[in-house]
Design a protein around this ligand. Structure first.
Ligand code: 3HC
Length: 390
């Protein structure tokens, strides 16, 4: 099937960026939202972003790209689209309503994708009469810059839809990573939340301060942002939503209240101008100031995320290489998480997990794979083998 027109529903942070990416790749785009206020704001943001790209000579004609996007509050503009990407707020009932409407309006050949960060794709698909053509297509913030797209089949999605979505991601100049089957939070957000949980545990247990955790993340691990800074950037409400979905669907929790407290106080991060840090204005991000050095151990900070990734590898959901691709292209890590683990030493990761587990944190129970690698002496780069071979 040829895709020439893409409908994007939801013109917020992710939706407007996805529409822009689609238009940049030459597709005709229909951007739909419930109010003209949201649509006008989206048009302004897309225009600003395209002008930046034009200034940097990455595109020659910003206006031509913008002209490929039509804006409307009516789903009528989606009736000749071949593919839809939904990016409305993370509420299951709302998403199901959107999908029911798309299913009615769009041609029978069209694929309906959701950019959800955590809601089960199968639950959304069940609202339609084309369950086999519904799929997860998860972009990263900001969509114009971040190269990764996670492709998540539901239990109903057929092979043709998966292949078409992978192909579309490539045509949108993205790097797709396809999950074997759907798990809550997918690969990216399971790892992201685990990183935040350990960061949170360290602060709440008095082991470290927020700025120290973030200094290690930025200065030692060379991540583009500190972990609390990244959470602020993504939105603390979004983080708490994903965290809750993981816990409700059976992932062992790490008792830690800082994130929920911030959300209850309506300090949601960059979008409100205040979260763990204060920003110049609501919606305006500026890099936060952090101390140069910090006593926080990088191996400890990575431990829970590495354990989570090793569980996914052990269960055949993705490979170690895929995990690395997710973190490099979805979060701009300078190298993959599994490679980082191999560098700091899997023995050190395991020791930290055992230590924290012994304090009563069930989520830190080391996986069989990690324990096996260490017991076989495959502790990483120094021994020529860990999650990867060197
Ligand atoms: N459009 C066009 N250009 C943009 C842009 C946009 N929307 N946003 C940033 N840029 C450009 C800037 O103009 C700048 O260009 P220049 O180098 O020519 O000046 C360049 O990109 C770099 O941006 P900045 O100088 O403003 O800032 P940084 O160098 O600090 O980079 C960042 C910003 C790319 C956001 C970087 O900090 C980063 O990679 N952070 C991590 C982001 C991340 O992890 N995202 C994933 C979040 S998780 C997620 O989305 C999943 C969800 O389900 C929760």
């Amino acid at each position: 099937m040829m895709i020439s027109k893409i409908a994007v529903v939801g013109a917020g942070t992710m939706g407007h960026g996805i529409a822009e990416v689609a238009a940049l790749s030459g597709f005709e785009v229909a951007l739909i939202d419930i109010s003209w206020d949201f649509l006008n704001k989206a048009k302004e943001r897309i225009s600003e972003s395209l002008n930046k790209l034009a200034e940097r000579k990455q595109i020659s004609d910003a206006k031509a790209v913008l002209d490929r996007i039509s804006f409307n509050t009516s789903y009528d503009i989606a009736k000749d689209a071949d593919f839809a990407i939904e990016a409305v707020p993370e509420k299951l009932e709302l998403k199901r309503t959107v999908f029911r409407t798309l299913d009615t309006v769009m041609p029978s050949h069209a694929v309906l994708a959701t950019n959800t960060s955590s809601i089960p794709i199968s639950d959304i698909a069940e609202a339609t009469n084309r369950k086999e053509k519904v799929i997860g297509m998860h972009f990263f913030n900001p969509p114009v810059i971040m190269k990764l797209v996670e492709v998540i089949p539901s239990k109903y999605t057929n092979r043709e839809t998966i292949d078409l979505t992978i192909d579309l991601a490539k045509k949108m100049n993205k790097i797709p990573v396809s999950l074997k089957y759907e798990i809550p939070g997918f690969v990216s957000n399971r790892i992201f939340i685990r990183l935040l949980q350990e960061a949170c545990r360290e602060v709440e247990s008095g082991e470290a301060k927020i700025e120290e955790v973030d200094s290690t993340a930025r200065n030692k691990l060379k991540l583009p942002m500190g972990l609390f800074e990244l959470a602020d950037y993504v939105g603390l409400d979004v983080v708490v939503d994903i965290w809750n979905v993981l816990v409700v669907r059976g992932t062992p929790d790490v008792n830690c209240l800082m994130f929920k407290t911030k959300v209850n106080e309506k300090n949601l991060g960059v979008k409100t101008g205040k979260g763990f840090y204060t920003y110049p204005a609501p919606g305006k991000y500026a890099k936060v100031q952090l101390p140069e050095s910090s006593k926080v151990d990088p191996a400890r900070l990575l431990s829970l995320a590495v354990n989570e990734a090793s569980w996914m590898i052990e269960n055949g959901i993705v490979s170690a290489k895929d995990v690395d691709t997710v973190m490099i292209y979805g979060f701009n890590f300078p190298k993959g998480l599994m490679e980082m683990a191999d560098e700091v030493g899997l023995d050190k990761i395991l020791k930290n997990l055992e230590d924290i587990y012994s304090k009563g944190y069930q989520a830190y129970k080391p996986t069989e794979l990690l324990s096996k690698l260490v017991s076989e002496g495959k502790i990483g780069k120094s021994k020529g083998e860990g999650f990867h071979k060197y």
